[in-house]
Structure formats: C-alpha cells, structure tokens
Design a protein around this ligand. Structure first.
Ligand code: ADP
Ligand code: ZN
Length: 690
C-alpha cells in the first residue's frame, strides 16, 4: 500500500533504544577464533548464548552460533564491528551444557569452533518439502514383540547399573551372543519410563535393518535413526523428530552424537573398541570419548559394550574409574566355537589345492557344505593380489601418487588402495619384458580358487569392491540369512558386527596380514579382529557336540594376538599388552598427539617439520613442560607419500592432555610461518600412526 493512499495521524515514536550489545559468535568458517558482532538491544532483545544467527562474513552471509557477550574493551577491537543480520528463527538456543560440550570439542580436538557448532544442526532448512514427505520412513512400522525373560547375569548387570543415577561409565563386557543388546534394550526402556530419551551408537556397518527392527519391535515408533546413508532430507526429518521429542530413541553411527537430543538420559556405545568411532578428518573426535564428556556435563550414565574392549576402556575399568559388568556365557548356553590354529610353516602343500588352502581348511569346508551349512573365509585384503612382481628383475609397479604397491584387480587393472589411481595390467614387465605375476593373496584369488574346487557351491564375496552401498550390504545379509550362499568370502567388512544365524564355520586364510603394521595398536587390532571373526561362527543352533568351528591359518602361531584369541582369553591378552605399553609410554598410560606435515615438495615438508620441532623444543624449554612432554621426530610417516604429498610426522607424548593441547595450539598459532603449501594437521588421541 502506498503512503499517499493512507491518511492517518502520526503515532508518537517510542523512545528508540540504540544501545548496542557485542557478541562473540562462532561463525561457520575455518577460523581459529570466534568473531565479534554487535546488535541493537531494541531490535534483538532476546539474543542469548546458543542462539543461531545470520551474520555477514567478508562479502557473504553465513550462520553462526552466539557463544556469549563479548566484553573486551573497544580499544582491543582491531576491526570494524559488523551487525548481526537476523536471528535464525528455526532453532531455539542450544542448551547450556550442550554449548559447553561443543566448545570443549573445539578446544580439545583443536578445530575451529564455528565448524564444530555447525554440526549441531540438520543439513537442510525446514520446509514443507523436507518435512512430512511421503517417502518410506527410515524406521519401519513393526508390531511390538514380547521381550525375553532376562537371565541372571543380565539381571545383575541391570540392577547394578540402575542402582545409581547420574553420571557413571559402565563397561558391559560380554562375548558375542551373551545378551548385551538385550541389556541395552532393557536399560533404554527404563530411561523411557523416566520420561527421558536415549542414544544408541553403533559402528556404521552394524546399523543393519535387523538391528533397527529389533529396536522397533521393542519401542515401536519412538525410534529414529541417523547415519551417513540417509539422504539429507531423511536426515533432516529424523533430526526434527528427535529434537521435537516425537521420537525418543535415536540409533545412529558416530555423528548422531551431535543431535541435540532434549532430555537425554543415557548413551550406549556398542562395540566401543571399533576404530570407526574416531573421525579421521576435519574434527578428529572420538565419539566414545566425546559421549563420556557430554554425559558428565549433563550428569547421566554411559554404557560401553564390547567383547574386546579397547585397552583405554579396559584400564579405566580395572582401575575402578569405570564400572565393570560381565556377561560370561552365551545365551542358552550355546557353546563358544572351537578355535584351531594351523601353523603354515609346518603344513605340507597339497597338489590338488590352491597354495593358500591347507588340507584342514579344505576338510572343514567339505564337511560344512556336506552338512548343508554355511562357511565364511576371511582375508583382510581385497583385490586379486596385493602387488604384481616381475619374476625376472623383481620390479613391482608403484602408484605414481603414493608410496604404495599397486594391487591387481579383476586380473586386468592395477589399482592404488589409497588414491584410487588405476592403470591396465600388462603381463610383460615394463622394465625388462619378463613376466609380471600376481604376488600376495587377495579376496578375488580366494573366490577363484573356491569356484574351481567347489563348482556346485554358491559363493559370494564381500569387500569394498563388491559392496559399495548399504543396499548391497543389506542384499548380501538377506541372501546369507535365507541360506542362498554356501561360502562367503570377505574382508574385515563382514568380520565385525554382523550376525549370520546359519554360519557354522569361519576360516581365516592368513592371520599375519595386519599384525606386522608399524603401529603400536597393531597387536590389539589383530586380537580384536580374530575374536570378532571367531564370534561369527555358530551363533545359533550350535550344541556341545556340534559347536561352531574356527580355523586360523598363520605363519606366526605364537603371536600373542593369536594365542590369546584362540583361547578366548581377552583378559590375559589385555594384561600382557598393557605390560608392553607401559614402559614405552603409549596410551592408555600416556596421552598422544600426532602432528602431520604434508607438502607436494619433499624438501618443504621436511623443512616445515624441522621448524615445528624447533618451535616445540623452544616452547618446552621456556615453560618447564620439558619434563612432562616427550617430543619424538620429525620422522618420515610409514606411508611416506600419499596423493602426491610427502608426509612427515612429529609425535608428542604427555602425561595429561592439558600440556599436550597447549603445545599443539602454540604450534598451530605459528603455522603461517611454515614453507608455502604446507598442510599441518593435529590429531589428538590418534588411532593410527601411519
Ligand atoms: P549380544 O548383543 O551380546 O551379541 P544379544 O542381546 O543379541 O547378544 O543376544 C543374542 C541372542 O539371544 C539374540 O537372538 C537375543 O534375542 C537372544 N536373547 C538375549 N537375551 C535373552 C534371554 N534372556 N533369553 C532368551 N533369549 C535371549
Ligand atoms: Zn595412490
């Protein structure tokens, strides 16, 4: 309506309050510090910590979260202070303990605060299109099922866990099939009865339809899920259903921890030892550790569950910091599988069998197939072979971008497992013209050998080449469950977390892959993998006369990861491994940070690494941190070149994380002075040192 058409008396203007407020805002950008913005009190009377706002940044508009008033004196402001543009009306302010937690994440993992706070929001705006879509929901509607009568061990664990309210960390230590999930369900039911919500975190691979089904059978439509395979629209929908309290139990992979669940009363982390709980890029957080901090802030309990707890968790449990609960037996007294170890150095090759297959392995497969049951063979290496080598001159082609041998795939391509570079495979050696032959076993070769030996058997392979999506994984699980597969061949992808009821025999073709890696956690990982793999066999319908069977083929039968795994002795393994780590000052005895320096030019990467090392020793000398921190390196990383970048690293060991963080922060503050093109990343509590 135009002014002139409307005649009315001017209303007296209210007294205008131009008073300004200054705010410290975590802006969604890779900045080391929050930025200062201002707002007119009269325009934004209700601004507060945790509110999402729109702000100008250089020449664009972006979101940010208010951290609080900025009370620094004006003289300290070096720049013109810009105005907050508007409040993001979609979201109420995030609760105070949750904000504290986000800031802690940013500080602890040394990552820009605005990039951390941004993780607290769903990927899409809330529009009619993103909400209430007619697409199938992420959680199916399922009739509720009656629950099991708990056994004595389960009952005891639950009674102990519920005897205390408020923050506490529980470790539920039980073999696969001992009824841990049933305990989780019961605990969640109690949380719901208290009018609260629960979060259940699992490794991405375990987030199967069977698992979601099991939760839906118990909790019906109160269950929501969040994982990486959902579309942005589905994620947004699930996020709101939890945030608005329409659903009360969130099942998700690592990142679901960022959903600000109102009234959260319990977090459960199943398979807490799994390395997929650690994000390896950007914010390098560990979801287990971050969950414990969150629970402490909000004062509710956390349950960690595992058959093979990480040594960090185990030490906390035996030191009494965490509360240990044991489930010692499988449900229904199902026997644990019998595990045999086969020493490959002492076995005779059988002419009619492929080189990797012992007579024992062959017999086990024959017997399993004859009984109409399923077998699985594991080998932790995809492709046909891990390299090709010339029989005449010994040349073995490397990736042009990485310091890595090219693997043979489909007998036609040479592929780099780190950067996906590929080239056609030629049998004539490029150096001398001799014949370049496959060397080092891969899953494709296993499949080929089995197809020749058992032409009638139905085979399936599960590795990252065959299974690239959740749909493909689900299809495979379905075929296994229906009994449409006789022998499954796979990498660690299928060794973990999956439950195949008809699987009776599991064979590990070559256990030695893995424990020779130059990493202090290699033995622990190998033990976990062997135990998890063994746990796949004979989960249902096994009896004392006919238990599941496991065969481990190895050149190192006396390796501790094998000896203890074969005996099913986690505690013995943990005790031995802890005595090895203590004198070396490795976690869980000391804290670790790794500074990774990368540059396309080797000399620049090295110069930067040296410079950082000098900075570090300067700082520690000046500050008395010298006694408390040990600085190792710089050294070439075990993977010395990846994606064309040369890599060096520096390790810092310290007794507590405080000095560690302080040092890393100082180094990052000075990173502008490093050689051009240098990428420096800080990884706190790293899982990998490769
Ligand atoms: P875990 O999580 O330790 O692998 P689950 O909770 O999945 O163990 O239990 C293994 C199997 O036993 C599941 O099929 C589950 O439904 C069943 N189960 C669990 N607890 C009981 C119980 N108390 N009585 C009967 N069956 C049970
Ligand atoms: Zn490569």
């Amino acid at each position: 309506m135009a002014e002139s058409e409307h005649v009315s008396l001017p209303t007296p203007e209210p007294p205008v309050n131009h008073e300004l407020q200054r705010w410290s805002v975590a802006v969604d950008a890779g900045l080391n510090q929050p930025l200062t913005y201002q707002s007119e009190k009269a325009l934004f009377p209700e601004l507060t910590r945790g509110q999402r706002v729109w702000v100008p940044l250089v020449n664009r508009k972006t979101t940010g979260v208010i951290l609080g008033p900025d009370s620094r004196p004006t003289e300290e402001m070096e720049f013109e202070i810009k105005n907050i543009l508007s409040v993001d009306e979609e979201f109420p302010p995030l609760p105070a303990p949750y904000m504290r937690w986000l800031e802690w994440l940013s500080e602890y993992y040394v990552h820009p605060v605005g990039l951390v706070t941004d993780l607290a929001f769903p990927p899409l705006r809330r529009t009619a299109r993103t909400l209430g879509s007619r697409k199938a929901p992420a959680v199916p509607k399922i009739a509720l099922q009656p629950k099991h009568e708990l056994n004595q061990e389960q009952r005891q664990a639950i009674d102990e866990m519920t005897s205390h309210s408020g923050f506490r960390v529980h470790l539920l230590f039980g073999v696969t099939g001992s009824g841990k999930t049933e305990v989780y369900l019961e605990m969640l039911e109690k949380v719901l009865a208290d009018g609260k919500c629960g979060l259940f975190l699992v490794p991405e691979i375990s987030l199967t339809p069977q698992l979601i089904r099991r939760f839906s059978e118990r909790f019906g439509e109160q269950v929501a899920t969040l994982h990486s395979q959902l579309t942005n629209r589905e994620r947004t929908e699930q996020w709101w259903s939890i945030f608005e309290g329409r659903r009360k139990i969130l099942i998700g992979a690592r990142s679901a921890l960022f959903c600000p669940i109102p009234n959260l009363g319990l977090i459960i982390i199943d398979e807490e030892h799994e390395s997929s709980f650690k994000q390896e890029e950007k914010l390098k957080y560990h979801a287990r550790d971050a969950a414990i901090v969150l629970a402490k802030d909000f004062d509710f309990p956390v349950i960690l569950g595992s058959a093979t707890p990480s040594l960090e968790t185990w030490k906390n449990a035996i030191d009494g910091k965490y509360h240990l609960h044991r489930l010692k037996k499988r449900i229904g007294d199902q026997p644990l599988p019998t595990i045999s170890v086969l020493d490959l150095r002492k076995t005779e090759k059988a002419q009619h069998l492929p080189g990797w297959m012992s007579r024992e392995l062959h017999l086990n497969l024959l017997e399993t197939l004859n009984q109409g049951q399923q077998a699985a063979l594991f080998l932790n290496r995809r492709g046909y072979s891990s390299a090709v080598v010339c029989v005449q001159c010994g040349d073995s082609p490397l990736c042009p971008n990485c310091d890595i041998h090219l693997s043979l795939h489909g007998k036609r391509h040479l592929v780099c497992h780190y950067c996906d570079y590929s080239e056609p495979y030629k049998e004539d050696c490029r150096k001398c013209g001799g014949s370049s032959l496959p060397s080092g076993l891969g899953t494709e070769q296993i499949e080929e050998g089995l197809a020749r030996l058992f032409p009638e058997a139905r085979l399936a392979r599960a590795d990252r080449d065959e299974i690239q999506s959740r749909d493909q994984l689900e299809e495979l699980i379905g075929r296994m469950e229906k009994g449409d597969i006789d022998i499954l061949i796979g990498t660690q992808m299928i060794a973990k977390g999956l439950d195949f009821p008809r699987l009776r025999f599991a064979g590990l073709v070559l256990a030695d892959i893995g424990f020779n890696l130059p990493e202090f956690r290699a033995t622990e990982r190998s033990f976990q993998l062997l135990t998890q793999m063994s746990g796949r066999a004979g989960r249902h319908g096994a009896t004392a006369d006919n238990p599941g069977r496991v065969l481990i083929q190895t050149y190192n039968p006396e390796h501790p990861s094998i000896e203890f795994a074969a005996r099913g002795d986690y505690e013995g393994f943990a005790a031995l491994e802890l005595t090895h780590r203590k004198p070396l000052g490795y976690p869980p005895f000391q804290r670790l940070a790794v500074l990774r320096v990368q540059n396309l030019h080797r000399n620049r990467a090295w110069a930067s690494a040296l410079q950082i090392q000098r900075q570090l020793s300067e700082i520690t000398q000046k500050t008395s941190l010298q006694q408390r921190c040990e600085i190792l390196g710089p050294a070439e990383a075990p993977l010395a070149r990846l994606k064309r970048a040369y890599r060096f690293h520096i390790l810092i060991k310290a007794e507590n994380s405080k000095s560690l963080l302080w040092l890393c922060q100082r180094v990052l503050d000075r990173q502008k002075s490093l050689s051009p093109g240098t990428n420096l990343s800080v990884d706190i509590d790293p899982l990998h040192l490769l």
